[in-house]
Design a protein around this ligand. Structure first.
Ligand code: URA
Length: 236
């Protein structure tokens, strides 16, 4: 990897700032001052110091974002704000993407990462990683709707959904746990059960709960414990 790219990926320096820091002779690689932004480094092997402080290498980044309404779960969009637009510069990295999409009007927990294998692991229905949602409904929830969701509902277009866990939180509020993420799945499941979702919020992924201190639009890195919980969970 190029040295300037490595520096900007591991610090809050932009690529331009990294080049400036290099020019000032503040960076050493394996004990030698290096001013060449294009110098090749192997982050797993080479020792890189900035201003005398060693950089500890973190291969991938994992962020918890509290997505507000009217933000799209995409890496770019011509007119609308994307989840990546919300990531502050000091946490931004090339290659970040949302591991799983929420509808623009759904709020709550979105995981952002640059680790493709991890995203696949979390999203594959075969791996049974639960996604937890709280849904506000237009009408009081019926026993029939709950039964259909629990047994594995068939959507109007014939798509079959796996059985989901559903808990009644109030007359018109339910908590659902899904292990898959079909298009508009909860809205369509609830519609098949004769009701309508009026507000939807994702509150947890794989048992890692959205940090309630994160304001809408804010994000932070996952803690080591949260990452461990997602990566080293019991296999189904
Ligand atoms: N189900 C939906 O209908 N929408 C979402 O955003 C997530 C799950």
């Amino acid at each position: 990897m190029r040295l300037d790219k490595f520096l900007s990926s591991q610090t809050d320096l932009s690529r331009k700032d990294a080049k400036a820091v290099l020019r000032q002779g503040l960076v050493s690689v394996n004990g030698q001052v290096c001013k060449d932004p294009a110098a090749a480094v192997d982050p797993a092997v080479d020792s890189v110091l900035v201003g005398g402080t060693p950089l500890s290498y973190q291969e991938h980044l994992y962020l918890m974002l509290n997505k507000p309404e009217d933000v799209v779960s995409a890496t770019e969009d011509r007119s609308r704000t994307t989840v990546l637009d919300l990531v502050p510069e000091e946490l931004f990295r090339d290659g970040l993407f949302p591991a799983g999409r929420l509808d623009a009007d759904t709020t709550g927990f979105v995981l952002l990462t640059d680790d493709g294998a991890f995203a696949h692991d979390i999203l594959s229905p075969k791996h049974h990683v639960t996604k937890t949602y709280v849904a506000d409904l237009a009408e009081p929830v019926t026993d029939e709707c709950l039964r259909m969701i629990r047994e594995g509902i068939e959507l109007k277009d014939g798509t079959r959904c796996l059985p989901a866990t559903v808990r009644v939180l109030g007359e018109t509020t339910v908590e659902l746990e899904l292990v898959e993420g079909k298009y508009h799945q909860i809205k369509r499941m609830v519609a098949a059960g004769g009701n309508r979702v009026v507000a939807l919020r994702r509150t947890a992924i794989g048992g890692v709960v959205l940090d309630e201190r994160l304001e809408p639009g804010a994000c932070r890195e996952l803690t080591a414990e949260e990452l461990e919980q997602l990566k080293n969970r019991p296999k189904p």
